[in-house]
Write a protein that binds this ligand. Sequence first.
Ligand SMILES: [Zn+2]
Length: 310
Amino acid sequence: MPGKNVSKAGPLSPAEVVLREELRADVQKLAGEIGERNMWHYAALNAAADFIEDSFLQAGLRTRRDNYETGGQPCHNIEAEISGIQEGAAVSSPPPIIIIGAHYDSVFGSPGANDNGTGVAATLALARRFARAKPKQTLRFVAFVNEEPPYFLSGEMGSQVYASRCKERGDKISGMISLETIGYFSDAPHSQTYPSPGLGMFYPNVGNFIGFVSNVKSRVLLRRVVTSFRKHAKIPSEGASLPAFIPGVSWSDQWAFWQNGYPAIMVTDTAPFRYPYYHSSNDTPDKLDYDSFTLVVSGMEKVIQDLDKL
Ligand SMILES: [Zn+2]
């Protein structure tokens, strides 16, 4: 419906309408134009990396490529950093780092609009909104390569390479937010399922909310994020700190940060537990609910502002 800007959760503000069109354009670029992007579609993977780096540069940000090789082919995580400015007694130590990240590869056979064109578009949109900010903590926006199988939860996963280098350098990361598949919402009954029937007893069966998920160790970060999101956002949310062995809990780049001892959470529409086109050739830009997706991203902008104050 062209021109539609009334969401279930209420009308979008003028700033949110701008944000929605930015998100729509970037998902279209990644999933509609560049399309399937992974080691089997290596030129497209690199086209996505270039697009992300250019977008950061156009926002006036400094970028860095975090490079490694897999199967003899160079791969790149793309980082943009905004240095934190500490005052008073804290000035002698480098400020803690908040990482906002999303994987930019798509699974084999899929153009990856929701998984994870949405996460990348959100990362770019948030980076643009903080480009001229003077945060107290350092903000790093990172697009990770090779999250999907066969790299998934392995040492060759882009975020695992990145997070282990953070640990080696002694980076002080106060929290990592993984934006993973955040664009599909439904008001239909039973549109939401869960990895275990027990969870379905406590959480809604209508897939109209955004989910916040962490391991048990990251529960303080999760609570802060959900509290802040609920204060500001105009879309329902659910949060859960769960043992990492429950299917789905560790299924993205937050896992890599947990492996390296950092607190991290995932923001997600729950992907396979809701999205009918998950990991399929039909994961295309037209399937997404851009109004709800926008409300998630505008809520996350406030969350990052709140986390920076701590
Ligand atoms: Zn994904």
